[in-house]
Design a protein around this ligand. Structure first.
Ligand SMILES: [Zn+2]
Length: 168
C-alpha cells in the first residue's frame, strides 16, 4: 500500500486535504473470476441445460459446411467449430421459450457476432428470410412474444430426439 497526501494548494485548507490510499501495482494477484449461478439447479433447470447442450450441438452440426467448420449466419466468416468459436445463435433470444428450440430461429453464428455484437438481429432476420422465405423472421418475432412453458417430460423427449439426430 502507498499513501499519498494531496498537497495543500489553490486556497484549500489543510482540513480539506484527503489521504488517498492506492494499491501498489503488480503486487496483488488478480482474483480469478468464478461463474456462480444465482439460482440453485433443479431437476427442471438441469433438463433445460441438457436440452440446450444437445440442441446447440445439433445446430452446429446441421449448419456445418464440412471439415468441422461453420459459416457465421450474420457476418459470413468461416470458423472452426472448436473452442466455442461457433455458437448456436438465437435470432429471438433464448429467454423466449416459444422460439428457443425452433430450428428456424437458431443458426450457427460466430462468437464475435453472438457475444460482442448483440447477435446482429437485423442481419440475422435477413438471413432467415432469405433461407425460409420473406416474413419468416417476423413470424418468429411474433411467436417469441407468446409465452411457452415446457413440461419436464417434453424437455426430455426433445433431448432424446436431438440426441438421435446427432452424428457423433
Ligand atoms: Zn459472425
Amino acid at each position: 500500500m502507498i499513501k499519498i497526501t494531496v498537497p495543500n494548494y489553490n486556497g484549500l485548507k489543510k482540513s480539506d486535504c484527503k489521504i488517498v490510499v492506492l494499491e501498489k501495482p503488480g503486487k496483488k494477484k488478480k482474483a480469478k473470476k468464478k461463474w456462480i449461478s444465482k439460482k440453485p439447479s433443479t431437476p427442471y433447470s438441469k433438463a433445460i441445460t441438457r436440452l440446450d447442450t444437445v440442441f446447440s450441438k445439433f445446430i452446429r452440426q446441421r449448419d456445418s459446411i464440412g471439415n468441422n467448420c461453420n459459416k457465421c449466419c450474420t457476418c459470413g466468416r468461416i470458423k472452426k467449430n472448436v473452442n466455442r468459436q461457433i455458437h448456436a445463435g438465437h435470432f429471438q433470444k433464448r429467454a423466449n421459450m416459444s422460439t428457443r428450440y425452433d430450428e428456424k430461429n437458431v443458426h450457427a453464428q460466430c462468437n464475435k457476432c453472438n457475444t460482442y455484437e448483440g447477435g446482429r438481429d437485423f442481419e440475422f432476420g435477413l438471413y432467415i428470410d432469405k433461407k425460409y422465405g420473406p416474413g419468416t423472421a417476423e413470424k418468429l418475432y411474433i411467436t417469441a412474444k407468446v409465452g411457452r412453458k415446457y413440461l419436464r417430460h417434453e424437455l426430455d423427449k426433445l433431448t432424446e430426439y436431438y440426441k438421435g439426430k446427432l452424428n457423433e
